[in-house]
Design a protein around this ligand. Sequence first.
Ligand code: NAP
Ligand code: G4F
Length: 324
Amino acid sequence: MGKTAVITGITGQDGSYLAELLLDKGYRVVGVTRRTSTQVNERINHLEGKLELVSADLLDQSSLTTVIRDTRPDEVYNLAAQSFVPASWAQPVLTGEFTALGVTRVLEAIRSVDPGIRMYQASSSEMFGLVREVPQRESTPFHPRSPYGVAKVYGHWITVNYRESYDLFAVSGILFNHESERRGLEFVTRKITDGVARIKLGLAAELRLGNLDAQRDWGFAGDYVRAMWLMLQQPAPQDYVIATGRTHAVRDFVRLAFECVDLRWEPYVVVDPRFVRPAEVDLLIGDPAKAKAQLGWEPETTFEQLVERMVRADLERLSRTVTV
Ligand code: NAP
Ligand code: G4F
């Protein structure tokens, strides 16, 4: 009999890639969705019939406990969160409820039903914020720079605390930015590749962005969900940094993306103060040495391949909408 996994955040970028990975491994996969008046499951529609979907919300303890009690998973991947950093200044309390206290609710559901269930918490490099060390590793102190980052620090420490208090197999993956053609359009990489494709196809004249100097350690989401699974297969629960070990400025991503369609970026990109944040995370670069040594994990997709595949995917998608 294969294992059962529950994934919160199944409709998100990472949820869709993780579901594919676990289904390939023979898992029964139960995805948690929240009730909405319209069902937009575009990232997992291709998995219809293979996934079980159940309804619960990170705000609602009893719904989470019911899902765990009824499905009795071997593993729970808590990927659900309010994950967009700018929205966390607009909705700081809600972000705290989802992204911070939501983690406690998932841990409580596991503890009350079966403390033997293994749990993965989606922690973030945003916790490093105003970085105290370069590159950032598991031991680097946190200094979050947004309500989102603060909420993720809470989620990280409550996971560690439940591990230490109740002996749960609960791990925290400190993942650096990871992207794909399934990334939300509001995040900078996808905003750029979508914008480049629109400009190339004559659907847009400019691309408005904020801080072009911010540096991020960008990897491919499909590589990163492998690390999540590996963390739950270890003999003991531990936290890991998952990153490529390379960093690039937003400007580099922009330049490469325009080069993919044989255009220079300068005539099209407009810096718009509306997209500049109240407090910025200037530089993220992770040290994935522990993950490589203990999990045998390494990223397979380079930065250049990532930019190329995202631009190609957006060009293909938008080409289908252009009438000839
Ligand atoms: P995403 O695409 O924004 O997906 C977020 C998911 O959370 C969606 O499925 C969303 O459901 C769900 N969700 C939000 N609020 C919820 C609630 N109250 N109850 C139940 N579900 C709720 O995020 P992602 O990029 O896949 O990231 C996955 C996780 O990793 C997040 O926790 C994120 O903070 C973290 N993380 C991401 C990165 C990255 O670079 N991608 C890096 C580090 C950490 P709806 O579809 O209904 O909105
Ligand atoms: O793509 P972003 O919005 O991602 P950010 O803030 O780094 O957060 C993402 O990665 C985290 C991991 O470190 C996750 F935890 C989090 O959930 C999310 O997935 O912005 C990246 C950088 C920022 O420095 C931002 O100021 O791009 C800069 N940027 C410049 N112009 C912009 C824009 N970001 C966005 N979203 N939109 C712009 O127009």
